[in-house]
Design a protein around this ligand. Structure first.
Ligand SMILES: [Mn+2]
Length: 354
């Protein structure tokens, strides 16, 4: 039986629609301005260089609301190296994600001025203490310029100086997704500053409030080393807890603990099961699936998120870039949350111009 001629003519009409006639007026308006401004979002031929999520590149912080920044620190983690290549891989793969959120139709570039603000420069990249200092100084600059950062590591050690800078007036709440709680006391490989003690150091430097901290996905043989999490009042949701509670109950816990105050999201790639994300410094089995972690991040929508990071991606031990691709996809989720939070906090939007 042939198609109903009336329906067929509807389909023919729909097939002739242009990009800027999208049924969602937000998408229609965005496509329209992309065409008018001849910006590179809809023109792959103009993407001859890799910038985070197609954002324009600038170092002028005055013009920036959300700064995507690489933090290629590659010392102070105990196992596999190469985290310094994380930012360049995420820049490469982030072109495959966004610019429009596929569930909410959020367009971060219409809410905020988003930019790729380059990488943190390290004066002595093999010196842990100096590198932490360089990161702290850079993020103080971002804090003073009222830029909300999406940071791409680098090893997890970077989160400590970032939180110390962003929490300088008021310690932040923290949603921490990781296999490891990273609150180890004592020295790790002779160092106080390491990716195994990053949140202990962040508490002692008043970057985070441990009673407004929730750690999700914790598991593995190092679990006995994280006593500080419990002693300081952090809420620790192990992977077993996550399985028993289920996502919705975990999200209720998050909201109860974080409340309305400012908070930060730190995602260690090894929070995700090593089957989905093998390319990380210290891979752990029995973790969150790719869809679980995405749902978890999406469930944080509405919190007052002032910054986020993704750390411990090691492209040198990745398989066909699958970890980089997944990480870049999750980074876009974080970018949308940051843009929505910022617009809500400021009470007005500022578009991104290329
Ligand atoms: Mn970690």
């Amino acid at each position: 039986m042939p198609l109903d001629p009336e329906k067929l003519s509807q389909y023919q009409k729909a097939a002739l629609k242009q990009l800027d006639e999208n049924n969602d007026p937000r998408i229609a308006a965005f496509f329209k301005r992309c065409i008018e401004e001849n910006n590179p979002v809809l023109a792959p031929a103009l993407h001859t260089e890799d910038y985070f999520y197609r954002a324009p590149r600038t170092r002028d912080l005055v013009a920036v609301d959300i700064g995507c920044i690489g933090v290629p620190m590659d010392v102070s983690a105990p196992y596999r190296g190469g985290a310094k290549f994380g930012p360049r891989k995420i820049r490469e793969w982030s072109k495959n994600h966004g610019p429009i959120h596929d569930r909410w139709n959020t367009i971060p570039f219409d809410l905020c001025s988003v930019a790729d603000i380059g990488d943190v420069e390290f004066s002595r990249p093999h010196d842990t203490r100096q590198t932490v200092e360089d990161i702290f100084n850079k993020f103080c600059e971002l804090y003073d310029a009222d830029v909300n950062p999406l940071s791409i590591g680098g090893v997890h050690t970077i989160s400590h100086p970032i939180l110390k800078a962003l929490g300088q007036k008021e310690p932040l709440g923290l949603i921490h997704i990781d296999a490891h709680a990273d609150t180890m006391t004592g020295l790790m490989q002779g160092e106080e500053l390491s990716d195994g003690a990053v949140f202990l150091n962040a508490v002692l430097d008043q970057g985070i409030d441990p009673e407004r901290t929730i750690q999700i996905g914790i598991r593995g043989r190092a679990t006995p080393f994280w006593q500080f999490s419990h002693d300081s009042g952090m809420r620790v949701i192990t992977m077993d807890d996550f399985d028993e509670l289920g996502l919705q109950k975990v999200l209720e816990e998050v909201r109860k603990i974080i409340g309305d105050g400012p908070c930060y999201i730190s995602m260690d790639c090894d929070g995700i099961d090593s089957t989905y994300l093998p390319g990380t410094q210290l891979p752990e089995p029995f973790g969150l699936t790719s869809r679980e972690v995405r749902s978890l991040i999406r469930g944080l929508r509405g919190l007052d998120i002032v910054g986020a990071d993704i750390v411990e991606l090691c492209p040198l031990v990745d398989v066909q870039d699958m970890s980089s691709n997944l990480t870049a996809a999750l980074g876009f989720e974080l970018l949308c949350l940051l843009a929505e939070s910022r617009e809500r906090r400021i009470g007005k939007s500022r578009k991104t111009y290329w």
